[in-house]
Design a binder for this molecule. Structure first.
Ligand code: KAW
Ligand code: ZN
Length: 584
């Protein structure tokens, strides 16, 4: 084995240059497929992913000729540990590797082109039509038709492909040295106690969720009638204002504690002011600039897809942010709707782009979040400031701000419907997936296990019977998209730790939920120092830099929502708080 660390550094630099070319070609082919789903674009993308896998295999083989585990330079050791960790690209059987990539692109196409026909010749896509219906309809049966139709059009059609995907993904990852795909995904957090830390966080936050669930259930019973609800205490899954019941913000008009106050759901104001998708991204860019962070380069504005094409092309509408690995080309692809919910997603995507911009000069293997949760948290931290009534007033979306106890509770309720409601969902998706990858959940049990978790952790129930002919996990983008999900649960906890620390840096001595770091270059400085690291340091070091502690901690989130927690407990009759742990 080669022990010369100078030679090793030289090798790493050559890999960096080569990676940028191969990665650019792969990302460009993926972009073409995602923004124009055709069989030729699908084949072109699969071809590029095979070339990338061969490149990664060559890098791994060459890197393994160095005695990198014994390097004295810890950074070089870290760099090589990433060079040899090539994921499913380790699959040496090219036929199987091509099959794996074909299955993934096929599942993504089925999901992205799925439609529900409400009448013979009225077939609606998820974005924007079905999403708007789920957000605005209060017709129990119409919601049920859409909820079931979407699962028939996507999950059920993906089921068999997913079974094959699981086995091929595991076969590949074993060649990379991991027992199964879930173990590989967890390794990105590089924390031996990761799963128990997550469980502790979830148990700590569960009382907040149970309070919100009880309050929401009571109000939904008033709207739909108690007879529509199982005696077990679960809420039917299709009446929460979202296709997956993952956030409940669209129920704000029903759940608003003190009606008649400021209209903090600024969607009407955005429509009234003729907001465009471009404008929404410019508003977000301006916030990042106000912190002294890097503004969007011209390539971003020239090459992004900021709204759904109207030329009949099939596209993957689910939002995403793209790094072309050439230090210049960064894009967002989003079928932006003119709503406050989508303004929040705009900030989420711009957070990914800002991270890309900040770490673009790192070695390719370090162009990642400190851990995947960090990448998901950046935009959300900004949007915690943007969503404050005082900030919405500053940018002209809220005519005037009432500063009293009731308005404060209204605001915290709206934030809880986005952040607290999400927690069990963010937690359970990869509990399901890790159990599938490990073999604990077998293919004939996929749907049963899914509903055990949805009922047991989220307290929601299927509005009609489900069987193993259904595959309800497949109706959520990240499953056919093979995008890990625990990153969002991690993000929803750490973004409040970041927010609290950046608010202190900005000299904001107000309650956490009223803090707006807008125009604070001190906060921007602290954020950019962490972002520039990419994944070059272990995430506890990055966490210490930005939050002053090296662990995930729910305290900041609980501090943020404290006034609402108190209010909810007063509102709820304690004995009605729970839902049965089992399937109703
Ligand atoms: O999926 C997303 C946003 C899309 C994304 O920006 O996270 C995107 C997902 C994706 C990953 C890989 C391929 C295709 C899409 N992730 C990225 O673009 C991305 C960018 C850089 C690094 C890692 C991921 N949000 C989740 C969680 C969520 C729901 N509501 C929210 C509100 C605010 C923030 C997050 C959410 C969801 O919709 O269920
Ligand atoms: Zn994201």
């Amino acid at each position: 084995l080669i022990t010369n660390e100078t030679a090793a550094r030289e090798f790493a630099n050559e890999v960096n240059a080569g990676s940028e070319v191969v990665m650019y070609n792969f990302v460009a082919a993926s972009w073409n497929y995602n923004t124009n789903i055709t069989t030729e674009n699908q084949q072109a993308m699969v071809d590029e992913s095979l070339k990338l896998a061969l490149f990664d295999q060559a890098v791994e083989a060459n890197a393994s000729r160095y005695d990198w585990k014994n390097f004295s330079d810890t950074d070089l050791n870290r760099l090589f540990s990433k060079l040899v960790d090539i994921g499913t690209a380790a699959m040496t059987d090219k036929v199987k590797l091509e099959r794996l990539n074909n299955i993934m692109s096929e599942m993504e196409a089925i999901y992205s082109t799925g439609k529900v026909c409400l009448t013979e010749n009225n077939c609606l896509p998820l974005d924007p039509d079905l999403s708007r219906l789920m957000a605005t309809s209060t017709d129990y049966d119409e919601l049920l038709t859409v909820w079931k139709g979407w699962r028939d059009a996507t999950g059920a059609k993906i089921k068999d492909l997913y079974k094959e995907f699981v086995s091929l993904s595991n076969e590949a990852i074993v060649q990379n040295g991991y027992p199964d795909t879930g173990a590989y995904w967890k390794s990105w957090y590089d924390t031996p106690t990761f799963e128990e830390d997550l469980k502790t966080l979830f148990e700590t936050l569960k009382p907040l969720y149970v309070n919100l669930h009880a309050y929401t259930r009571k109000k939904l019973k008033e709207r739909y009638g108690a007879d529509k609800f199982p005696t077990s205490g679960h809420i039917p899954a299709h009446i929460l204002g979202n296709m997956w019941a993952q956030t409940w913000g669209n129920l704000f008009d029903l759940l608003e504690p003190y009606p008649g106050k400021d209209d903090i759901d600024v969607t009407p104001q955005m429509v009234q002011q003729n907001y465009t998708a471009e404008k929404m991204f410019q508003v977000s860019d301006e916030f990042f600039k106000s912190l002294g962070l890097i503004e969007m380069p011209s390539e971003f504005w020239d090459h992004s897809m900021l709204k759904k094409p109207t030329d009949g092309r099939d596209v993957v509408c689910h939002a995403s942010a793209w790094d072309f690995y050439n230090k210049k080309d960064f894009r967002v692809k989003q079928c932006t709707d003119i709503t406050m919910e989508d303004l929040i997603t705009v900030h989420h995507e711009m957070g990914h782009i800002e991270y890309y911009l900040q770490y673009k000069d790192q070695h390719v293997v370090y162009r990642d979040g400190a851990n995947p949760g960090f990448h998901e948290a950046v935009g959300d931290v900004i949007s915690l400031s943007v969503q404050t009534p005082t900030h919405l007033q500053k940018i002209g979306l809220l005519p005037e701000v009432t500063n009293d106890e009731e308005a404060e509770i209204n605001f915290l309720m709206k934030m809880a419907l986005q952040k607290i409601a999400f927690l069990p969902f963010g937690y359970l998706i990869d509990q399901w997936r890790w159990s599938v990858f490990s073999g604990e959940t077998t293919p004939d049990n996929y749907n049963q296990k899914w509903w055990d978790l949805r009922c047991g952790l989220q307290g929601i129930s299927p509005p009609e019977d489900r069987t193993e002919d259904d595959f309800d996990p497949g109706a959520k983008f990240h499953i056919p998209g093979n995008t890990p999900y625990i990153r969002y649960f991690v993000s929803f906890v750490i973004q409040f730790q970041f927010h609290k620390s950046l608010c202190q840096a900005a000299g904001q001595n107000v309650p956490l939920h009223q803090c707006d770091i807008y125009q604070s270059t001190a906060a921007g400085q602290k954020l950019s120092e962490m972002l520039k690291l990419g994944s070059s340091k272990p995430w506890p070091e990055a966490m210490m830099m930005i939050a002053g502690e090296d662990k995930m901690n729910a305290a900041a989130l609980m501090e943020y929502f404290q006034p609402l927690t108190t209010w909810l407990i007063e509102q709820n009759d304690v004995y009605k708080l729970v839902f049965a742990e089992s399937n109703p």
